[in-house]
Write a protein of this length. Sequence first.
Length: 302
Amino acid sequence: KLVVLGSVNADHVLSVPRFPKPGETLVGSGYHIAYGGKGANQAVAAGRTGADIAFIACVGSDDIGARMREQFAADGIDTQAVMAIEGTTTGVAMIWVSADGENCIGISAGANAELTPARLQPHLPLIADADVLLMQLESPLSTVEAAAQTARIAGTKVILNPAPAQALPESLLRLVDVITPNETEAQALTGVVVDTEQDAQKAADVLHTYGISTVLITLGARGVWVSEQGKGELIPGFRVQALDTTAAGDTFNGALVTAELEGLPLRQAIRFAHAAAAISVTRSGAQPSIPVRSEVDAFLAA
Ligand code: ADP
C-alpha cells in the first residue's frame, strides 16, 4: 500500500501572445482550469496506473475542492484523508503561457498551508501501515518531516520528490530512503551544478552521505541517473514528440511507486515510469495528461 502526502492546486491557464507589462491588459485565449498540484498529480499517476493508494492532503471548503476530491476517488484513490478545510480556498496556480511556450506562474497555497502536523496527526496510522510514503515540498516542511519520522519508525519506505527546488535540513534528509530530484532540485540540495553524468554522480554522492540509499536524478528527455551505494548509471527515457512537459516528473514518481509495489526491480520500475512520463509529455496539462495503466502497458508493448 502507498500513501502520498502533498499539495492540491487548481491550475488556471491562459494563453497570451506575450506577457503583459505592468499596468497593461492583454487579450488571451484558451482559458481553462486543469487539476494540478504536485501531490495530487503524483497520487493520480499512482492511482491511474493501478496502485493501492491513499492521499493525505487539504482542499478548501469550495466547489472546486469538492469536485477534485470526487475526481481523486474516480482515479482509484482512497480519499478518507483528503480534508476539506472550512473557510479556506483550494490551492491555486495562475499560469500564463506565452506564444513562444514560456510560462509565468503565481501560486496561492490556500488550503495546502493548512496541512499542519496537527492535522496530519489522526492520519499517522495510514503512514505506519503503508509500504511506501511518497512526498514533495509543496506542503509545510514540519509536516513532511513529521510524516517521514512516523514512516521511519514504522519501517515504511520514504520516497521524497524534492520539488519545488530548495535546500533541505539534514534532519529531513536523514529520514529519506529514495530521493528523486531533477537537475535544478539536485543543485539546490547539494550545490553541485548538474549537467553531465559525472555531475549527476557527484550530486548523488553528496545525497548518499545523508544515508539516502537510492538517488534518482531525472534528466528530462535524457532519462534518469540512478545511483545506489555510490555506483551510478543512466537509464534512458523514451523518445516522443513532446507537447507539454507539465507533470512529467510527477507522472514519473507516481508510476515508479506503482511498479515498485508490484515487485519490479528498480531498473524495470524506472522503465515503466519512463513510459508513463513519456506519454504525459505528449499531452497538455497536469492531471489531464497522466495516462491510465492500459495506455502504459500498450506503450511498453509497442
Ligand atoms: P521535472 O518535470 O520534474 O522537471 P524531468 O524534466 O527531469 O522532471 O522529467 C521527468 C521524467 O519525465 C524523465 O525522467 C522522463 O522519464 C520523462 N520526460 C521528461 N521530458 C521528456 C521528454 N521530452 N521526452 C520523453 N520523456 C520525458
